[in-house]
Design a protein around this ligand. Structure first.
Ligand code: NOJ
Length: 490
């Protein structure tokens, strides 16, 4: 299987299109308690029996803390122009708080990484928060459940990062997928910090209120952080700052049933517009959410609303798949976060949303991706930076060394062929403004509560070897060939 290079899409993407790989600290770095790093909520969850599918921890992960030079060299050989990674807050400020000491070794590590990237011509895109809040802040005041206490701590952390790295980092992302952080951590209770209404799973929590409170904290603190960057750092550092939202596409189960058409739109609003409307459109939550959730959905003060609207320079987007959405005839449950809909793998005609990956929720669906890009562009009209997209593939859990068949990852190649051609078509034929694409992900890594059971990398990792040996998969070459074809020459 090779790159599907379509002649009519040659040069469809702008010459300065940014593409590369995305990762997150907690999933890759390892060195969880080395060189002064403090404990994060994911270190704690990983060390709690029964919480991670394969009982693994991210103590070593893929050792990118130690192997960053080799990784940058490999990434360069893959042709990447940019690298999106996150900073571990508890590596920078081990206890996290505004009056807590900074860890010089943490600063040193990220300086080394940033310098190595720049020396190799790779542009850093840096995420401040990719789900790993310092455990100390969770213990002190309940983390993001407490906006008043949390905000100064987050702002001070961001300030330390802008001061230390902002002379070289020009692309900042405040939060990664605030919605998944709050839904998986406070509604389902399967991600850190592990809270929900389900007492069989979690000792504390309230799935009907906490996810909305936590997301409100993320939105409001994001806006304050951007204000600080724009006022105090942007004039001299001249960077950009945005938030990255998650969003899969929702397609009506029966396109001829107005109730399903409405349900699909409501599902997109509950998933995407929950964050994107306040930030890019209205300064407030969508009416469909207010109608269903009432006072369980927090309210923005007038001042917050003004601050939030326009608080992201671009539309940062992570997206993976599409679902068929069917309306429900029963009233919404108190713990519903989807807009009272059913999400299905097949539509009313029995058509599947796409071939299965090795991850239960993820199927390949390029047409849904094109529709999603169009929906976002039409609703918000803000240039889109795709910050994550990728897939797992069945059959990659083999003993080392991996076979030729595993390394020739046909399923993943087909996924990138489909999605990148869909993206280029959205640009060329639909006029959507898309400026970046980051593959999730560079190497197989620790997929949160799924542990090492979900291999998303274009590089196969031998997790049993002390050096976490890296084996490039064929998809890494295909992605490079696709971009060489799709990006216009200067
Ligand atoms: C989105 C998250 O940002 C990332 O951490 C995760 O590994 C991927 N999706 C795949 O599930």
């Amino acid at each position: 299987m090779s790159a599907d290079l379509r002649p009519h899409l040659k040069g469809a993407l702008r010459p300065n299109f940014q593409w590369g790989y995305a990762t997150a600290a907690a999933q890759t770095e390892g060195a969880w308690n080395i060189d002064g790093k403090g404990e994060s909520i994911w270190d704690k969850l990983g060390h709690t029996p029964g919480k991670i599918k394969d009982s693994s921890t991210a103590d070593d992960a893929v050792r990118s803390y130690d192997l960053y030079k080799e990784d940058v060299a490999l990434m360069k050989s893959y042709g990447a122009r940019a690298y999106r990674f996150s900073l571990a807050w508890s590596r920078v400020i081990p206890l996290g708080g505004k009056d807590d000491p900074i860890n010089p070794q943490g600063i040193q590590y990220y300086n080394n990484l940033i310098n190595e990237l720049l020396a190799n011509g790779i542009t850093p895109f840096v995420t401040l928060f990719h789900w790993d809040i310092p455990q100390a802040l969770e213990d002190r005041y309940g983390g993001m459940l407490n906006l008043e206490k949390y905000m100064p701590d987050f702002l001070r952390y961001a300030r330390v990062c802008f001061e230390a790295f902002g002379d070289r980092v020009k692309r900042w992302i405040t939060y990664n997928e605030p919605g998944v952080y709050s839904l998986a951590g406070y509604a389902a209770g399967v991600h850190a910090p592990g809270r929900s209404s389900n007492r069989e799973l979690n000792e504390e929590g309230d799935s009907s209120t906490e996810p909305f409170i936590v997301s409100h904290t993320e939105i409001v603190s994001h806006a304050h952080c951007v204000k600080m960057y724009r006022e105090e750092f942007k004039p001299t550092q001249k960077g950009t700052i945005m938030i990255t939202l998650h969003g899969n596409y929702s397609e009506p189960w029966d396109a001829n049933d107005p109730l399903d058409v409405e349900a699909a739109e409501r599902a997109r609003e509950f998933e995407i517009a929950w964050f994107a409307d306040p930030i890019y459109k209205t300064g407030d939550y969508p009416a469909s959410m207010r109608a269903q959730l009432g006072d369980r959905l927090p309210r923005f003060t007038e001042e917050e609303s003004k601050l939030v609207l326009g608080s992201s320079d671009f539309y940062g987007m992570n997206s993976y798949t599409t679902f068929y959405v069917k309306h429900r005839t029963t009233p919404p449950e108190l713990t519903d976060h989807l807009g009272n809909v059913e999400k299905l793998d097949t539509n009313s005609k029995g058509e599947s949303r796409g071939p299965e990956s090795d991850t239960y929720w993820l199927r390949t669906c390029p047409w849904g991706h094109r529709k999603l890009l169009n929906w976002i562009w039409r609703r918000y009209h803000v240039p889109i930076f795709m910050t994550e997209n990728g897939t797992t593939a069945k059959g990659e859990h083999v003993p080392p060394p991996p076979t030729e068949e595993v390394l020739h990852d046909t399923h993943r190649i087909e996924f990138f062929n489909g999605y990148l051609n869909a993206l280029a078509t959205a640009v060329k034929e639909d006029g959507v403004d898309i400026r970046s694409y980051f593959v999730w992900t560079f190497t197989d890594n620790w997929e949160w509560a799924a542990g090492y059971t979900d291999r998303f990398g274009v590089t196969w990792i031998d997790f049993d070897s002390p050096e976490k040996k890296r084996y490039p998969k064929r998809s890494a070459t295909v992605v490079r060939e696709l971009f060489e074809h799709l990006i216009a020459k200067e």
